[in-house]
Ligand binder design. Structure first.
Ligand SMILES: *Cc1c(COP(=O)(O)O)cnc(C)c1O
Length: 407
């Protein structure tokens, strides 16, 4: 079987919801992946930041295999010896009291929305079915019918209606717009501290602090979706720590599973989460001992290896190197920590084409919205590996410039 065979076979049995680069991956170790033809690539995209610890980190694989041989799944019809230790660790790390474990990022966002609405009715006193949740334009929170209902991206919604009511979108990074949009029926503001899928959009400094003050003033819950920005990615364990604020709720997923298992979490305070009663929420796989064991080890690894600091230091280096590239193709380089987007001039070059060419130079990444090429390598990456990736990127730009004749 060669590359083309797998691509054709997949097209026969999987509808084209993605447009992958034409590589068929077979193996991964640390910062590297190999395709079925034996080509080796630096992974600069890490499954949208879910592989922050690198591929098959030995400590995480050990936690996985040990737990798999002990107890993997019980449902929460019974207690296990893995859930409490995992939640205690996540609470200690984040400063929250309690958490609801789920599986995907989207499910944890859905959990947050349910909790926020319940709080709105039972604590804030919003009339039944009137609760409003404010979100940001160009948000990405996942793909369920409710989550796409408040997306502002037409292709996420097309022909999936009727959509869920109760949401209002305001411009990202604009605190005044938030204050204006709040009504007595507003229960929460749900937002990414840095917008990931929108193209790694960094808000103005001080915005999150203002948002915190506005939410407190109007008795509105501030819920941060740190599914992608959390767990060291931006140079802090959580992105909200850049502005020394504390949200009312926090959504984690992606890297939480150590790149090995799906697990997500909605964390909040006791006064909010204790409104959830038996039967109000659940998930068969949510909080399963296998995922909890891996996630607990992932959180330990993050702390013990100071991966947030690595992300800050290596991210600053990578940012500087990218900003020093002199190319008329590049409009802007932005990001925080090891999470950087290179925004290209739309009419000159296509982000997908950059990624497509870069794979021949031994580095894999993916564009968002065709103009932004993202770099989100493992937080365990070395400086030498970053240099390898930077060279692949620079060589690719040079090659495209040669082809296009634009200096
Ligand atoms: C990826 C992502 C999600 C959705 O996570 P899934 O596990 O794909 O459901 C939600 N929010 C943000 C910010 C994300 O980046």
């Amino acid at each position: 079987m060669n590359t083309q065979d797998f691509i054709v076979r997949e097209a026969m049995v999987a509808p084209p919801t993605y447009t992958p680069l034409p590589v068929v991956l077979h193996e991964g170790k640390g910062s590297w992946v190999w395709d079925i033809e034996g080509n080796k690539y630096l992974d600069m995209m890490t499954a949208y930041s879910a592989v922050s610890f690198g591929h098959s980190h030995p400590r995480l694989v050990k936690a996985l295999t040990d737990q798999a041989q002990t107890l993997a799944l019980t449902s929460r019809a019974f207690y296990t010896d893995q859930l409490a230790p995992f939640l205690e660790k996540a609470c200690a790390l984040s400063g929250f009291d309690m958490g609801i474990p789920m599986n995907s990022g989207a499910e944890a966002v859905e959990t947050a929305l349910k909790v926020a609405r319940r709080w709105g009715y039972e604590v804030k006193g919003i009339p039944q079915n009137q609760a409003e949740i404010i979100v940001a334009e160009n948000n990405f929170h996942g793909r369920t019918t409710t989550l796409i209902s408040f997306s502002t991206e037409p292709i996420y919604q097309k022909d999936f209606g009727p959509l869920t009511p109760g949401f209002k979108a305001i411009p990202f990074g604009n605190a005044q717009a938030l204050e204006k949009a709040i009504t007595p029926n507003t229960c929460a503001f749900l937002v990414e501290p840095i917008q990931g899928e929108a193209g790694i959009i960094v808000p103005p400094p001080g915005w999150l602090k203002e948002v915190r003050d506005i939410c407190s003033k109007h008795n509105v819950l501030l819920i941060l979706d740190e599914v992608q920005s959390g767990l060291g990615r931006t140079g802090r364990i959580f992105a909200f720590q850049h502005e020394n604020i504390m949200p009312d709720g926090l959504i984690l997923a992606k890297a939480l599973g150590g790149g090995l298992v799906p697990i997500s979490l909605f964390l909040s305070r006791k006064d909010i989460l204790s409104l959830m009663t038996p039967g109000s929420h659940g998930s068969t796989f949510g909080g399963n001992p296998l995922a909890c064991a891996v996630a607990q080890e992932a959180l330990s690894l993050l702390q013990e290896e100071h991966l947030d600091q690595r992300s800050e230091e290596l991210g600053a280096y990578m940012m500087k190197e990218l900003q020093n590239i002199d190319s008329s193709f590049i409009k802007e380089v932005r990001g925080k920590g090891l999470w950087i987007g290179v925004d290209f001039n739309k009419n000159l070059v296509n982000g997908w084409e950059v990624c497509e060419r870069m794979r021949f130079k031994g580095a894999l990444t993916k564009d968002t919205h065709e103009t932004v090429v993202r770099f989100a390598p493992p937080l365990t990456i070395t400086k030498e590996e970053i240099d390898y990736g930077l060279k692949a990127f620079k060589d690719t730009l040079f090659e495209i410039e040669q082809c296009s004749g634009i200096p």
